[in-house]
Structures are given as structure tokens and as C-alpha cells.
Design a protein around this ligand. Structure first.
Ligand SMILES: CC(C)(COP(=O)(O)OP(=O)(O)OC[C@H]1O[C@@H](n2cnc3c(N)ncnc32)[C@H](O)[C@@H]1OP(=O)(O)O)[C@@H](O)C(=O)NCCC(=O)NCCS
Length: 146
């Protein structure tokens, strides 16, 4: 069981201590938090928690618009906690949050075509691969109707 907790002054130190040796696809905790700050008008960084432990981070678009539906980005599970099911549970928790709020009916994410484990998790959670990204054709647009 995992839940999402807004990153704030209380959990900040634990969040920036999350270990990531290989920063392929997503940067380290500091860069994820910096990016969330940059896009703070419509996005928030969430800590992914299992009981009392923070196991990863994600940036969630919390204020979707007609042209920019729900989304999330920079999801990572820290090195020590990978391959224990947390990534998939985190995606399910994000979808649950969107379903409860229903500010948009669609979730749209972008994933690098070579990120096979992320693609697998998103597909298992109901996302469908739609097209190549216009922004960078190494990325695929995946969509879920809530
Ligand atoms: C992608 C990521 C979030 C997955 O998190 P995780 O907690 O390790 O994944 P899970 O334990 O929930 O695994 C879900 C499925 O993927 C498989 N999987 C995930 N990582 C795997 C790996 N390195 N090797 C083999 N299988 C793997 C699991 O076996 C599982 O499959 P199953 O349901 O058929 O048993 C994590 O690897 C990560 O942080 N990667 C780096 C950042 C990244 O790429 N983020 C995604 C950006 S789009």
C-alpha cells in the first residue's frame, strides 16, 4: 500500500536523501524538486510513501486545462526500493487521486520508447500508447481515460 504526500518542509530532507545512482530517464531528487518548483503554477511534487517510509517522488499536474489534461512526470522509485511493486502502486495511487478529483477525464503522459519497465507498468495500469511525441519523437504519448 502506498500513498502520496505533498512535498513540504517536514518531509523535504527525507525526499532529497532518496538515492539514485543511475539518473537515466529521470534526474535525481534535487532536480525533480527543482522542476516541480519551476512548474508550480499547475504542478506539485509528491512523495511516494509506504507506511512511514518515503520510497520515491513524482510531479503531478494537479490543475489540468482543456488543452493540458491530467499528467504526471519524473516518477522514480529510489534505488533501495525498486522492484518491490512500489512503482505500479504509485501509478495506481495517482490514478485514484485523479478519479476522486475529476478535474479532467483524461491522463496523458510521455515515456521514452526505450523505458520498457515504465511502459510495462503504465500498460498494466490501463494506459494506451497513442502516438509519438511531437516534442521529441523518442517519446511516446500514453493516455488513460478516467
Ligand atoms: C520505472 C520504475 C518507476 C519502476 O518502479 P519499481 O517499483 O521498480 O517497479 P515495480 O516493482 O512496481 O514493477 C512493476 C513491473 O515491472 C517489472 N520491473 C520493473 N523494474 C524492473 C527491472 N529493473 N527489471 C525487471 N523487471 C522490472 C516488475 O517485474 C513488475 O512486473 P510484474 O508486475 O509483471 O511483476 C523504476 O524502475 C524507476 O524509478 N526507474 C527510473 C526512473 C524512470 O524511468 N521513471 C519512469 C519515467 S516515465
Amino acid at each position: 500500500m502506498v500513498n502520496l504526500q505533498e512535498v513540504n518542509a517536514t518531509n523535504f530532507n527525507e525526499c532529497i536523501s532518496l538515492k539514485r545512482e543511475n539518473c537515466r530517464f529521470v534526474g535525481n531528487a534535487e532536480s525533480v524538486l527543482a522542476e516541480a518548483y519551476l512548474y508550480r503554477d499547475d504542478s506539485l511534487a509528491y512523495a511516494i510513501r509506504s507506511n512511514e517510509t518515503i520510497v520515491g517522488l513524482v510531479i503531478v499536474r494537479v490543475f489540468p486545462t482543456e488543452t493540458h489534461p491530467y499528467s504526471f512526470t519524473n516518477l522514480f522509485i529510489a534505488d533501495d526500493f525498486q522492484k518491490r511493486g512500489y512503482g505500479k502502486l504509485a501509478v495506481e495511487a495517482i490514478i485514484d487521486k485523479f478519479r476522486r478529483e475529476r478535474r479532467s477525464n483524461v491522463v496523458q503522459i510521455q515515456v521514452h520508447h526505450s523505458n520498457e519497465f515504465a511502459r510495462k507498468i503504465y500498460t498494466q495500469c490501463g494506459f494506451i500508447e497513442r502516438k509519438k511525441s511531437q516534442w521529441d519523437n523518442h517519446f511516446l504519448v500514453m493516455e488513460l481515460v478516467l
